[in-house]
Design a protein around this ligand. Structure first.
Ligand SMILES: [Zn+2]
Length: 364
């Protein structure tokens, strides 16, 4: 198996990947601390995790090994951070980003701070083509204050999505899983009206509106789904694990069934992001609905050896034509490097095994 996997890796060396879900890099130069580096390899929000426990995870050990392999230094935090401090920041970042083998980055602009590159800056800084993915909930929150009722609000959101795609955005992402259950329910107009009034009240009191609850989030997601179908752009849905702001029990992609079965959404392409530990469920959906796709971003590299297992399990049902690559990396070039190299290896290992055992013929 190792032989076939090795052959595949060599054959792919010149094949640029499309990273279909990632976030902006932090504008350099900046000083990176050990705790910040650890914090980039956990979804924990409590700083104690980065301070005390991340160094004891398989994923972090693997990350240090991969970064050190590229830098040709010892696989320790100290050696990596010392190398980084001595390097010219732009050259260093560009080197790591080039090693990811990425041809295009589709960037979710919803997770942006004042320290983040804008997309044109990022394209210039890393030499990789950038395309925008619109964060649905961020757009919707910005338009709630001036809408008279839910219909007007949905109309404004759809107009904004159309305008964004018109200026070059290539998809829409929803973080419904963070704000409500992913078990989609048909819209209850009474509940929607009440929830809309409540959030508008906040907006009018100059409190930042924060969309939450199934009434608002599900109705918005259905509207966005219709618009994405019309615009012929994919709807990316955060599924499975993420930071503990979400209730993992409510994030299975199986809850999105309405999007796949209601004829109103026929032809809508849905990309299920992350998926773990529901990657088998996602693989099932990819195997029975023609326009469902999935990735294992975040799972690889955060789940350590489980990432490789998740790849094999996803490929149990998921056609290879529907398993997408994404890093879900953000801020630091090191995370992009680790995600990209771990992903290529996991895919080569899984396909290598399929080739050796089942006569599978890998296509591009
Ligand atoms: Zn993400």
């Amino acid at each position: 198996m190792a032989d076939v996997a090795g052959e595949l890796l060599r054959a792919w060396a010149d094949q640029p990947a499309i990273d279909h879900h990632c976030h902006p890099l932090r504008r350099w130069p900046f000083h990176l601390t050990a705790v910040e580096l650890r914090g980039a390899f956990t979804e924990a929000l409590d700083p104690q995790m980065a301070e005390r426990h991340v160094v004891h995870t398989a994923a972090y050990h693997d990350a240090l090994r991969r970064i050190a392999g590229e830098l040709e230094c010892a696989a320790t935090e100290g050696a990596i951070l010392a190398y980084r401090r001595a390097a010219e920041p732009g050259e260093y970042a560009r080197r790591l980003m080039t090693r990811t083998g990425t041809g295009v980055m589709l960037v979710d602009s919803g997770f942006t701070t004042a320290e983040s590159f804008t997309l044109p800056e990022q394209e210039n800084a890393v030499g990789i083509t950038q395309r925008e993915i619109i964060r649905l909930e961020t757009v919707a929150e910005s338009l709630i204050e001036n809408a008279g009722d839910p219909r007007e609000w949905f109309g404004a959101v759809r107009t904004a999505l159309r305008a964004a795609v018109g200026r070059g955005a290539v998809g829409v992402k929803t973080i419904c899983a963070y704000r409500a259950t992913l078990k989609l329910q048909p819209v209850d107009t009474d509940a929607l009206g009440l929830a809309f009034s409540a959030i508008q009240l906040r907006a009018h009191r100059a409190e930042p509106p924060r969309l939450s609850g199934s009434a608002l989030c599900h109705a918005l997601l259905f509207e966005a789904a219709l618009e994405c179908r019309e615009l012929d752009v994919p709807l990316q849905v955060h599924c499975g694990f993420g930071d503990p702001d979400e209730d993992l029990a409510e994030t299975s992609p199986l809850g999105l069934r309405l999007l796949f079965t209601d004829p109103a959404y026929r032809g809508l392409r849905v990309a299920l992001l992350h998926c773990y530990p529901y990657h088998r469920e996602a693989g099932y959906l990819c195997s029975v609905f023609p326009d469902v796709y999935m990735d294992l971003s975040l799972t690889i590299p955060f789940a350590g050896l489980e990432g490789g297992r998740a790849m094999r399990e996803a490929l149990g049902l998921c056609p290879t034509s529907k398993l997408l690559y994404a890093s879900d990396a953000s801020r630091y070039p090191e995370v992009f490097l680790v995600a990209a190299t771990a992903h290529r290896e996991a895919l080569a290992d899984a396909l290598g095994e399929l080739v050796e055992r089942g006569g599978h013929r890998p296509s591009s």
